[in-house]
Design a protein around this ligand. Structure first.
Ligand code: NAD
Length: 254
């Protein structure tokens, strides 16, 4: 794709999404920064970092639980920049819930964001992208590789993302639109720094010691792989899931 390409990234006011907007900015790729007002993250900080990297972006509120909101988000790219080339289904939530407490409502809350939200985002992209377009959805080692106790809803949604990505890769291949997934390991972001629903700061330091790379990952280290997958360097790669985990999942444990 040319350097004039445009990417729409959900959940780009923080973490991996923010790092991706900055990565794209450094390569002349313009972004629609998806921001969700239900969270305290500051999209202006993403926009500032994008400008600092010499890039261009526009901020758009998007709630992936609402089809109309996701459609408006994708439209914003076309209205603002006249095109849409890459769509990144990055928005996600993580909640702790032992199985006895995993009510239908809690299950549905996760599915609406982490699985149906990804469907809504990729569907909006599929309706607008042309040949050479690419989409990436963010799965997780939880569900994508491992089970995770007391997070069955999250792991199920993240496993489902892989089936969705593979199926859309087959369906959209004839239109020369590629669809891939990223399976992040433990990455330091607001999500993993939450001690209630995830490992928290101390847990991440402890977990990092058991990772072959010796530490947890940085958002930038995931963003650059997403960037590779959307680039023409990955022109013949579709329907794949790339694990970005510092060797966490290939280490044998007794
Ligand atoms: P993060 O919490 O910084 O990013 C998630 C983003 O999603 C936030 O900006 C949040 O506002 C947004 N969001 C939440 N609900 C939304 C909604 N209804 N509509 C639109 N946006 C919404 O954490 P992150 O780690 O950067 O997460 C990015 C993706 O990576 C998520 O899908 C997450 O599940 C996945 N992931 C993260 C890790 C990790 O260790 N951090 C590991 C595996 C997978």
């Amino acid at each position: 794709m040319s350097e004039q390409a445009v990417a729409a990234i959900t959940g780009a006011a923080s973490g991996i999404g923010r790092a991706l907007a900055v990565y794209y900015a450094g390569r002349g790729i313009r972004s629609v920064i998806g921001t969700f007002s239900g969270d305290p993250h500051d999209p202006e900080e993403t926009a500032r970092l994008v400008r600092e990297a010499g890039g261009t972006c526009v901020i758009q509120e998007v709630d992936v639980r609402q089809t109309a909101s996701v459609e408006a988000f994708a439209d914003r790219a076309v209205e603002t920049f006249g095109r849409l080339d890459y769509v990144i289904a990055n928005a996600g939530i993580l909640r702790h819930a032992p199985i006895a407490d995993l009510t239908d409502e809690r299950w549905a809350d996760i599915m609406e964001v982490d699985l149906v939200g990804v469907l809504r985002t990729l569907r909006a992209g599929a309706k607008r992208l042309g040949a050479g377009g690419a989409m990436v959805a963010i799965s997780s080692i939880a569900g994508g590789v491992y089970g995770w106790e007391e997070h069955a809803h999250y792991a199920t949604a993240k496993a489902g993302v892989l089936g969705l990505v593979r199926s859309l890769a087959v369906e959209l291949g004839p239109r020369e639109i590629r669809v891939n997934a990223i399976i992040p390991g433990l990455i330091e972001t607001p999500q993993s720094l939450d001690p209630v629903n995830s490992l928290g700061p101390d847990g991440l330091i402890r977990a990092g010691k058991d990772i072959p790379w010796g530490r947890v990952g940085r958002p930038e280290e995931v963003a650059s792989v997403i960037g590779f997958l959307t680039s023409r360097d990955a022109n013949y790669v579709t329907g794949q899931a790339i694990v970005v985990d510092g060797g966490l999942t290939v280490k044998m444990r007794a």
